[in-house]
Design a binder for this molecule. Structure first.
Ligand SMILES: O=P(O)(O)OC[C@H]1O[C@H](OP(=O)(O)OP(=O)(O)O)[C@H](O)[C@@H]1O
Ligand SMILES: O=c1cc[nH]c(=O)[nH]1
Ligand SMILES: [Mg+2]
Length: 210
């Protein structure tokens, strides 16, 4: 498994803005989408290109285009939806597969409740999106769901990753590459990332502050 923490100043600046205690729902949503775009840009770096000839304004012209596997973006409900538009800005033809996973706030175990995936997953690259990689349970469960459907090429984009979640993914899914805006310090006693962002789902949907 590889973990890529994006060092770009724009990413560092934006994730810093997201940590402000009194951030509004509007600002949190906007920054989530902006960072999602930049993470997607980074995750596409190894997409293979092919050269093709097309009719240009002055006759045939050689251009490069992305070749190979098609992409499905996989938001983990709910909070992953906040990253979806940003990622689709970068990969507009991607199909969307949805995974519903709720983290049990007492046991911290992932509880899958919904799955609607596109077909032909064996031929697609899946890019899972979720703002928070905390214990890693939700991400690992989503990878399990995709692998059960034959998907073999999976990447994950998260705004913030905890070392505990990175370790779980390295142990259970070493083939998945993770891209993040920040590797944070640790989880607190109730499983929240420190310094983290608080509850990303609640902040994106405006359901409560904390
Ligand atoms: O790495 P983990 O320990 O599994 O925790 C991370 C998960 O918890 C949050 O979702 P939550 O279940 O709170 O749902 P929500 O998106 O509806 O808020 C978050 O968006 C991740 O999906
Ligand atoms: O820090 C955390 C951990 C899980 N879910 C969140 O939204 N934030
Ligand atoms: Mg939540």
């Amino acid at each position: 498994m590889s973990i890529t923490e994006i060092a770009h100043p724009l990413v560092k600046h934006k994730i810093g803005l997201m940590r402000e205690a009194d951030i509004s729902t509007k600002k949190f949503r906007e920054l989530t989408a902006e960072i999602a775009r930049l993470l997607a840009y980074e995750a596409c770096q190894d997409f293979p290109l092919e050269t093709v000839t097309i009719p240009g304004w002055d006759g045939p012209v050689e251009v490069q285009r992305i070749k190979g596997k098609k992409v499905t973006v996989v938001p983990i409900l709910r909070a992953g939806l906040g990253m979806l538009d940003g990622v689709l800005d970068m990969i507009p033809s991607a199909k969307v597969s949805v995974a519903g996973i709720a983290r049990n706030e007492e046991t911290l175990r992932p509880e899958p409740y919904f799955e609607k995936f596109v077909g032909h997953l064996a031929e697609r690259m899946a890019i899972i999106i979720d703002p928070m990689l905390a214990t890693g349970g939700s991400m690992a469960a989503t990878v399990d769901m995709l692998k059960r459907k034959g998907c073999t090429h999976i990447k994950a984009l998260v705004l913030v990753a905890a070392p505990e979640g990175i370790a779980l993914m390295a142990e259970q899914h070493p083939d998945v590459d993770i891209y993040t805006a920040s590797i944070d310090s640790h989880l607190n006693e109730v499983g929240y990332i420190i310094p983290g962002l608080g509850d990303a789902g609640d902040k994106i949907f405006g359901t409560k502050h904390g």
